[in-house]
Design a protein around this ligand. Structure first.
Ligand code: 5RP
Length: 328
């Protein structure tokens, strides 16, 4: 596929080639051979687009995964501990035990995502071998490499990555991320950082849209991103892949806030399974994302959910406790 060819609503980035071409099967796959295409940029970004308008829930057990599916989650994220518990436990946070991930995959019919450490391409290889539907190269786990993110083009499975601003988002997309999530501050139950990141992203996208050709060259240099991707943002008026909100979403109102700020959907981890009534809260958050611009609906579904997670103000965290700063 030519690098400038349109794939749905987005162009394929120049580097989205090696490893994302159709899997070699001895004959050329595709329409003529009748064999399915796998691992193309179109499929990776298309799967992410299918999740738009939905809620992706962190789960640590098959039971939690079933609660998430019954509540209407569009996907689950399998991990060892939700971010609030990762904070509390301290130590090194790694990819979940493959047996735990397999058990979660067997428990539900919706897509299953799983996290690997930033730069830990072997954890990613293992997750791909397990057959997960998406890999999250996540700052919630302890980074394995302080310089390099994973070359995500080298994988058939699609990746989601966190970003605090347009520069981070486009660098991750250049590396092959098919989906972005604003980072927020995971495990706090405080939505303020998720808001900050979404607003910053929106502001920088508006700046790119208003820029002339020469200005865009300078903006690409300042953000440290490929000019071609920034041109794509200007053409589309948005990121070239879906952008969910994450990190600190704890109530239906938080979820609706992020949707009104322009998120394509939300990730919720600690906010559900560290609350008093996870099943009810999970259902309400799904409802809130579906009806994010209907205050009367939000008022109706926000009551009687029991205690929200206790949480901690993100602004009170010391720099070394801020997961969002673990990569750029
Ligand atoms: O990396 C993530 C999404 O993939 C986190 O699991 C997500 O940000 C959850 O954070 P929180 O526990 O604050 O909801």
């Amino acid at each position: 596929m030519a690098s400038d060819q349109l794939v749905g609503e987005v162009r394929e980035p120049v580097r989205a080639r090696a490893g994302t071409e159709p899997v070699a099967t001895g004959e050329e796959p595709g329409r003529d051979s009748g064999r399915p295409l796998r691992g193309t940029w179109a499929l990776k970004t298309g799967l992410a687009r299918m999740l738009k308008g939905g809620v992706i829930m962190d789960v640590t057990t098959p039971e939690q995964a079933r609660i998430a599916e019954e509540a209407g989650a569009v996907a689950v994220m399998a991990l060892e501990r939700v971010p609030a518990d990762i904070r509390a436990a301290g130590g090194v946070a790694r990819m979940a035990d493959p047996d735990r991930i397999r058990a979660i995959m067997e428990a539900v019919t919706i897509p299953v995502m799983a996290k690997c450490r930033i730069g830990h391409f072997v954890e990613a290889q293992i997750l791909e071998a397990l057959g997960v539907d998406f890999i999250d190269e996540s700052e919630v786990l302890t980074p394995a490499d302080d310089r390099f993110h994973i070359d995500k083009h080298a994988f058939t499975v699609p990746f989601v990555c966190g970003a605090r601003d347009l520069g981070e988002a486009l660098r991750r997309i250049a590396e092959g991320a098919a989906m972005i999530r604003t980072k927020g501050e995971p495990g706090t139950g405080d939505v303020a950082e998720a808001v900050r990141h979404m607003r910053r992203m929106n502001e920088q996208i508006r700046q790119a849209c208003a820029a002339g050709d020469e200005e865009l060259v300078v903006l690409a240099r300042d953000l440290g991103v490929p000019l071609e991707l920034l041109q794509e943002v200007r053409r589309l008026g948005r990121l070239p892949v879906v952008n969910f909100a994450a990190g600190g979403i704890a109530t239906p109102a938080d979820a609706a806030l992020m949707m009104q700020l322009g998120a394509d959907g939300v990730f919720v981890g600690s906010g559900i399974f560290k609350s008093e009534n996870p099943a009810a809260r999970a259902r309400a958050i799904v409802e809130a994302v579906a009806h994010y611009d209907d205050p009367a609906w939000l008022a109706r579904i926000s009551g009687g959910l029991g205690e929200a997670m206790a949480g901690v103000a993100a602004a009170s965290l010391a720099a070394d406790q801020r997961m969002q700063q673990r990569s750029a």
